[in-house]
Ligand binder design. Structure first.
Ligand code: ATP
Ligand code: MG
Length: 388
């Protein structure tokens, strides 16, 4: 094998007692994400996880891209294998790290020896390789304290590896280490970002989408499934619970004051999502709400919406500006799909003058006319589950 991938583990290292559980979870997630790129050996030593191809036909570029999206990894580097010989190691550095060696001003070499039979000590090898590179690259000066570039040499059982400083990883915590939540996924920009932010904190997700056929089109649903698919490299496999929402919306339009339509509709979303959460063992809901962005996102509206849920509603976008949300959406790759022009159920029957500061009392009064429980049950029974 002439290459492998090294992953630097993030916060989990700090978590003392839980460290083992964190590493196991991360390793399982890594294994799953490597699916389709070939056969790899994955193991962890001293807060570095090694991803080693087992066969020549492994797709290293694919694996590298996949590993950049694994939460719990703070940095990653590709390492080049060579013979366990000081000059072969030097040649590998020149060949593999040439560009970085040419552009840096200061550097040092750091050696780790797993194979203690190697004839030089770590320090001797670092000094040899460092000295030679210093001569070969006139732009370079050794600085062991604050080098711009660190060249790492690892002597392992069957080969030596060289690599440079790591690229930034996805950060966060391994998905699944912090339980499960249900994310309300619309087809828009905010909710995929909110889902991603919560997954980043180690939460496994299930998605709920409210679908108002025929007011919203099959393409609108496809768009949401595509967004979920785009999230899977970060979140792992996902189940999207597609809730038939048309009957509820039509009933609300018939029997509720127009200005309360949106807020009451959102309470139904929460009730139904909470039932989904109960069934899949999720402990919170996630929405893409953002303070003051639209009428239903005032503090009063959030209070009235949240009042029907007994579990926390996580709103990670709440304090972000639209531009900041867009930036994340671009980074995680959901933006272009989010802006495709399909309608969302929230745009169906939108009131002309939605109440900005609804009172709990008036909303409850309006709901008295409804058979809330039956409406919720019927919607839940009609859920279509799509595994992605
Ligand atoms: P987004 O960009 O995520 O749609 P938004 O700014 O358009 O957010 P709303 O449409 O009011 O705001 O929706 C607020 C939140 O409610 C969304 O972020 C999402 O979590 C949830 N939501 C809205 N519509 C749906 C839907 N059809 N299915 C599932 N969840 C939805
Ligand atoms: Mg929306």
């Amino acid at each position: 094998m002439n290459e492998m991938i090294l992953l630097k583990l993030g916060e989990l290292v700090l978590k003392g007692l839980n460290r083992r559980a964190f590493e196991d979870k991360l390793q399982a997630n890594i294994h799953r994400r490597l699916n389709g790129f070939g056969q790899f050996r994955v193991y962890t030593r001293q807060s570095t996880t090694y991803v080693e191809p087992m066969k020549e036909d492994c797709d290293m570029d694919g694996a590298w891209e996949a590993m950049k999206k694994v939460f719990g990894v703070v940095g990653l580097s590709r390492a080049r294998a060579c013979q366990k010989d000081k000059d072969a190691i030097l040649a590998a550095c020149r060949e593999y790290l040439d560009r970085r060696l040419k552009t840096a001003h200061t550097f040092k070499v750091e050696t780790k020896r797993a194979d203690k039979t190697f004839p030089m000590t770590s320090i001797q090898l670092s000094q040899y390789v460092g000295g030679e590179l210093d001569e070969l690259y006139p732009n370079l000066q050794v600085d062991v304290h604050h080098p711009e570039l660190t060249v790492y040499v690892e002597i392992r059982d069957y080969a030596a590896f060289v690599h440079a400083d790591p690229d930034p990883g996805a950060g966060g915590l391994p998905v699944g280490i912090n339980g499960r939540a249900v994310a309300l996924l619309s087809g828009d920009i905010d909710s995929p970002v909110a889902s991603w932010m919560i997954a980043k904190r180690g939460v496994a997700l299930e998605m709920v989408h409210f679908f108002s056929y025929p007011y919203t089109s099959p393409q609108a649903k496809e768009k949401v499934l595509e967004l979920a698919r785009l999230l899977t490299p970060w979140c792992g496999h996902l189940t999207v619970h597609v809730v038939p929402f048309t009957a509820i919306q039509e009933e609300l339009r018939r029997s509720c004051p127009e200005e309360l339509f949106t807020i009451i509709m959102r309470r139904f979303m929460m009730r139904i999502s909470q039932q989904v959460a109960q069934r899949c063992g999720a402990k919170a809901l996630v929405t893409g709400e953002c303070l003051g962005q639209v009428a239903s996102q005032t503090m009063e509206a959030m209070a009235v919406t949240g009042a029907v849920a007994d579990i926390p509603i996580l709103r990670p976008c709440v304090g972000l500006d639209k531009e900041e949300i867009v930036q994340i959406a671009r980074k995680i790759g959901t933006f272009d799909t989010s802006i495709l022009p399909y309608e969302d159920c929230c745009t169906v029957f939108t009131p002309r003058h939605p109440r900005l500061r609804p009172l709990p009392g008036e909303v409850e009064l309006a709901e008295e006319k409804l058979d809330v429980e039956t409406m919720v049950q019927q919607a839940v029974e009609g859920i279509e589950r799509i595994h992605i």
